[in-house]
Design a protein around this ligand. Sequence first.
Ligand code: FAD
Length: 537
Amino acid sequence: MADEQAQVLVVGAGLAGSSAAMFLARRGVRVLLVERHPGTSVHPRATGQFPPTMELLRIGGVADQVLAAGPGTGHDLVIRIAETVRGPVFDTIVHGTDDIDTSAMSPAPFGMASQDKVEPILLAQARDAGATVRFDTEVVGVHQDADGVTARLLDRTNGRLTTVRADYVVAADGHRSPIREWLGIGRQGRGALGHQVGVIFEADLADHVEQDAVALYYLRNKVFTGAYVSIDVPNRHLMTFDYHPEAGESVADFTTERVTELIRVGLADPTVAVAVKAVQAWEMGAFVADRFADGRIFLAGDAAKVTPPTGGMGGNTAIGDAYDVAWKLADVLDGAAGPALLDSYQAERSPVACQVVLASLHNAKARMMPWLDLTGEPEPLAPLPMMFGFRHRSGAVLIEDDDPAPVEDPQRPTGRPGFRAPHVPLLSDGEPVSTIDLFGDHWTLLTSTEGGVWHRAAERAANELGLRLTALGLGPDLVDPTGGLPEVYGIGDAGASLVRPDGVVAWRCDHEVDDPVATLLAALRRLLGREPAARAA
Ligand SMILES: Cc1cc2nc3c(=O)[nH]c(=O)nc-3n(C[C@H](O)[C@H](O)[C@H](O)COP(=O)(O)OP(=O)(O)OC[C@H]3O[C@@H](n4cnc5c(N)ncnc54)[C@H](O)[C@@H]3O)c2cc1C
């Protein structure tokens, strides 16, 4: 008999684990999160949230806090490749938010908060929703059987060993994931690309960098290859430098004197006063796990894939993994879905991971590592289609066409199953909302009219399956000023679009049907893995 029970054990309190615990707890799942360190990351690490991530954080109820934890509006983002922060500049990748206007695709803004600020917000929200969060607690072994997983926990403050029994485990235990290793899950990819030392320092750089901008400079000079990143604390900054363990270098070589010298090179100022605050080493790599799941254990974040930081996708996809596994586990634990729904986690997240790693590798070559040989690697998908136009393919979407394209143009969304439900501006009780604001936490059946047969069908299906399903239709309370929704969603006047809790279209119908209840129930049963034979067909 285990010492304690949880429905889901989350291992690791990085972005993947913290957000998984938050999303699960807010769905009413009993969660235990354990983290071997005494607290969350003090290093800024992954910085920035893409609009789709902010949409997920809004479902978690923390989008406003995360936005406020960044530098806020009025700060432009500047990304450059340069010899030093004072130039010469080799290339400007982004200069100003106009370069990355995504308002036609999402109502959510970009966030610019760093990992050290975001993790505490996620964990506080997880705790508020009922999750138990335990630091100084390391998972030292897992064993699964047909009914659940037993994990051994080591209390690092006193050496005491206990056990926890959980229905499922989310292994968000990072790049070196012990759980992935124990499960014998290998990884593919380019492997280690290089090692970086990140240094947090204090200096008055009013004369060196733009003060009203969030600055990311990839630095390439005769002394080092690295980056400068502005931090949202006055006079605090981050600079990274490459180092070479294969040549006998170690992080211990980065003494305060040496680091100060390197920072001065990066600032092109040999006398600027610098106070070094923290030094941390990390490996830049490109790996994707061979499998994202093993039985009842699911890998999320860096445990599942490691991507070069060039492009800022590691943290964003860690939160994406967390939301995906969380809503699917919650639907299964609610009894609304069968365990087969969980097969879609690997089917959907692994292709995303491969594309993210590929795009980040190409970015790494362009921005930091011109020597990287990418011969034979395919061209990456363009950033906006990747972010807003990726097609999910799994048993949890009923794709009706044979278009093999991995993405669509998000400026011209089609509303087809597998793609993100399109952003259409509406008025709800006279207030502007986006269709995207209507989704999250529950399944949604969207129709062109209020009430009617589809809405009655949704009520019947929700009751019969025990599913959180909301029916919404255009009408006096939800107005479509442009009149474009029925066409954009491909549902005409009499059809319906079924949108998953992650805002992906799962199924749609563009016409009246004889028996909407049977039609909707059949679609949902397949999507939710309630009819394994039908799903396999
Ligand atoms: C030093 C460093 C600097 C980085 N800098 C950048 C950057 O500049 N830009 C960028 O985009 N990305 C950066 N990254 C990567 C980025 O932080 C990750 O992509 C992102 O945080 C993914 O989060 P995660 O939750 O999957 O993993 P992590 O944040 O690594 O979290 C995993 C957690 O699991 C815990 N853990 C591991 N094993 C156990 C166990 N057995 N029991 C309990 N807990 C365990 C670890 O202590 C850790 O807290 C950096 C990573 C590191 C390590």
